[in-house]
Ligand binder design. Sequence first.
Ligand SMILES: *Cc1c(COP(=O)(O)O)cnc(C)c1O
Length: 390
Amino acid sequence: MHDDLKAELEQRRQQGLYRQRLITQSAQGVHPRINGREVLSFCSNDYLGLANHPALKQAMIDAIQTYGVGSGSAHLVNGHSQLHHDCEQRLAEFTGRDRALLFSTGYMANLAITSALVGRNDFILQDKLNHASLIDAARVVDAKFLRFRHLDLDQLQQQLAASNEQKPAARRLVMTDAVFSMDGDKADIQGLAQLCREYGGWLMIDDAHGFGVLGEHGAGLCEEQGLDQQQVPILMATLGKAVGVSGAFVAGSEELIETLVQQARSYIYTTASPPSLAAAVLRSIEIIEDEAWRREKLQQLIAYFRQQMLALECQLLPSDTAIQPIVIGDNQQTLDISRQLLEQGIHVTAIRPPTVAPGSARLRITLSAAHETTDIDRLVKALAGLFRQD
Ligand SMILES: *Cc1c(COP(=O)(O)O)cnc(C)c1O
């Protein structure tokens, strides 16, 4: 066994695909301590700078004093605390949905959606650049899995029409990232909703990177594009990114949520997350709603970054979100640039296949409301130096 694995690992290393963990020795923030050294970080998904917010920490500490640490069991046994319950109601209200259901991770929430809603006679239709958890969610069920070219609504329309002809009575679950996690661009939810209405599709949106950041109050891409529960019946978002805590939720109608509770194995057969996490989420939602300046500052930093990068003549992707990747192409070259940046005290992760398509390895730069323009100046200057060298 070990020789086998060793050969495989070696091959991976030679292809520039080896993955390695760094060790963070401080709280999240734009200046974390990594491998014994303080760095300027551009790779966290803590877009609003809330992961180490004093009010969230206090909410969690207070909740631990009352509720202890562990939840003890699954939600359907006795792990569903009042804090979980309050948090679900708050999330439903915030997103303008009837109900919301908490999950321990976004990965599990996505598994829950497919496994509870579709089966052998049904269809799942997904954008090709969807997050790995959505792809895996499609693979755990027997439904026919179709993928359409990135943002290509014409191809989706053809697939919907063909599936309708083939099996008029089948369910058609259309799933998409709201903000694409490795590209930073946004799905056209209006267009998707329109197609789903025409062809009887069930639209599911994964708003992992929009929730907290987009929309006037931070309720995400649905708020930004003005889409209600009628148009987007299945809304999923995570709580470990802009919200700064951990976990995820699905929001929608009473019938949707009850179906998940009754049928979703990744909901039923797992221990509820610690109640204190729900307390921190509740506090975080308050801050997200009240402190619009965080979203505004982030938008200003995004515009500033793109403007500063113009001088470098390097192709940025068409993204107006906090995810600002620079596609390098070659795996090893991308790793080298990332390593050289780290040597200069700047942390930007190299993203390689299979997370992105072969030949499109990239630096995934993420911005946060906790950055300052001087941080961006430092990054752009370092990039300019490295690109000139190449
Ligand atoms: C991060 C992410 C997930 C997974 O969420 P976790 O809570 O980290 O498991 C799902 N979908 C998208 C688009 C993501 O970026």
